[in-house]
Design a protein around this ligand. Structure first.
Ligand code: URA
Length: 237
């Protein structure tokens, strides 16, 4: 009887002091580890769904003219997302954004701050090539904007780079002009998150006006600094 009493007391005591934790030899890890594999699977699934929804868009004349849908390129786990205007002839042929001459310049710009397509994610405002490479109309932009916002919400970037006035106006509104909006950070709420957003000149514009490259370089350096400030590490595939 006495022994039983002692035992009960002992068990109560051990329960009280949570002896399981005390006798664990390894250090207690209080940080929840990110399940990157599952997260990636989830992002891929959401991106596939989004791509399907875009392919099912009805009554869009851009689709009738284009050869292929151009959805995205790069690393969906990246915290740096780049938005261009819309596919050109090369992109329309290959179904990948920024693969023509503007894309080659974009790659060089990224390289200048030690980035490449393995550690950024790239898409466009519209996913089909506008005829004769004209700018997308407001109606076309508005048609694709909910999909772009969804796209941004899936990727959840910490840095959003808007290349050229079409991307700038689609995301930050029509009141802003690229010459004034570039070179600054705009904290833009998209969905539930606030994203550090910066606009810069479109590489196609820089090919026509190379003297503006010095300003684009300032914007790129701001991105490099922001990556440091936010502790963004480059992620490769
Ligand atoms: N220009 C863009 O804006 N996007 C592309 O994908 C190619 C050229």
């Amino acid at each position: 009887m006495k022994v039983n009493n002692k035992l009960t007391k002992l068990i109560k005591y051990y329960n009280l002091i949570n002896h399981n934790l005390i006798f664990r030899e390894s250090a207690i890890n209080r940080y929840k580890k990110k399940d990157l594999k599952n997260e990636t699977k989830n992002i891929t699934q959401q991106l596939n769904n989004l791509e399907r929804s875009i392919s099912e868009i009805k009554n869009c004349s851009l689709k009738n003219y284009a050869t292929k849908m151009v959805f995205s390129d790069g690393n969906p786990n990246s915290k740096i997302m780049i938005v261009g205007e819309g596919p050109g002839a090369n992109e329309d042929k290959e179904g990948v954004p920024f693969v023509g001459r503007a894309g080659q310049l974009l790659d060089k710009m990224l390289k200048s701050i030690d980035l490449d397509r393995e550690n950024v994610y790239i898409t466009n405002v519209v996913n089909y090539r506008p005829p004769e490479n004209r700018k997308p109309t407001d109606e076309e932009i508005n048609r694709y904007l909910p999909f772009l916002e969804k796209h941004i919400n899936i990727i959840k970037p910490k840095i959003l780079l808007l290349l050229g006035s079409t991307a700038l106006n689609a995301i930050l509104g029509n009141e802003v002009v690229i010459s004034k909006a570039r070179g600054k950070w705009h904290e833009k709420k998209i969905g539930k998150t606030v994203i550090s957003t910066i606009a810069s000149f479109h590489p196609a514009f820089l090919m026509r006006q190379p003297e503006q490259k010095k300003l684009a370089w300032i914007d790129l350096k701001m991105i490099r600094q922001k990556m440091r400030d936010l502790g963004i590490k480059k992620i490769a595939f």
